[in-house]
Design a protein. Structure first.
Length: 205
C-alpha cells in the first residue's frame, strides 16, 4: 500500500539540519520552526524507520552508527532533489506576458529588431513593449523589464549592465562660423544650446 501523509523529504531535511546545526534549537531557527516541531519530525522519522538516529542529551547531540549512515545518504538525496528542481526550472518553456519599458531610440534601433526572433524561439510569450523617454515609475507602469541609461537611483530593483554608450556635443557649421567654436566646456555657457524637452534624471544641460 502507498504511504499516506508521510512527508519523507521534510523529515529528512529536518534531520540533516539537526545534525549540521548541532542541535534541535539551532536547526529550528534555520528552518523557521519551533524546536518541538523539529524534534517531532525526527522522532517520527525514527519511528517509521524503526531505528534510533541520534542520542539526545542536554549537552550535545550524537549520531548513532545507523544515524551517521542515514545522514550521509540523506545529504546526497537532498542534493539530488535540489539539482532535479534546478534542471526542471531551467528547462521550463517561458510563457506569459512580459512587459518591457525602454527609451524610444533604443527601442527602435535595438529592441524592436529582436522581437521576431524572440517570438520565434518562445512562441508562448506575449510582449508588451512601451517606448518612452519620460522618467516613469516602473512599479506604476507594471514593467517586468526596463532598459535605461545613466546612473541607477537607489531602489529594490535588480540591475544588469548591458553595455556602454557615448554622447557628443555637435553644432551646425554655419553656427560655428557666425558665433565661433567653443574651446572649453565653460565657453558653452555663452552659446545657444538645445536641450531635452522632457524631464531627465540629470537636470544639467
Amino acid at each position: 500500500m502507498p504511504r499516506i501523509d508521510v512527508n519523507r523529504s521534510g523529515e529528512m531535511e529536518a534531520f540533516v539540519q539537526v545534525v549540521e546545526a548541532g542541535g534541535f534549537s539551532a536547526a529550528a531557527r534555520l528552518l523557521d520552526m519551533t524546536p518541538s516541531a523539529v524534534s517531532k519530525l525526527v522522532a517520527r522519522l525514527e519511528l517509521r524507520l524503526g531505528i534510533q538516529l541520534v542520542h539526545r542529551s542536554t549537552r550535545k547531540l550524537q549520531l548513532t552508527p545507523e544515524g551517521l549512515h542515514f545522514y550521509e545518504r540523506s545529504t546526497r538525496v537532498l542534493a539530488d532533489m535540489d539539482e532535479a528542481e534546478r534542471c526542471a526550472a531551467a528547462g521550463a518553456a517561458p510563457r506569459g506576458r512580459v512587459s518591457i519599458n525602454a527609451s524610444v531610440s533604443f527601442g527602435h534601433h535595438k529592441l524592436v529588431p529582436l522581437v521576431p526572433r524572440l517570438l520565434e524561439m518562445h512562441p508562448q510569450i506575449t510582449l508588451d513593449i512601451a517606448l518612452t523617454d519620460r522618467i516613469v515609475d516602473l512599479m506604476d507602469e507594471r514593467a517586468d523589464i526596463a532598459i535605461r541609461w545613466g546612473q541607477l537611483p537607489s531602489s529594490d530593483l535588480v540591475a544588469r549592465r548591458l553595455g556602454e554608450t557615448s554622447q557628443s556635443i555637435v553644432a551646425a557649421p554655419d553656427y560655428l562660423a557666425k558665433y565661433g567654436t567653443p574651446r572649453t566646456p565653460q565657453e558653452l555657457e555663452a552659446h545657444n544650446r538645445l536641450g531635452w524637452s522632457y524631464r531627465r534624471n540629470t537636470p544639467d544641460w
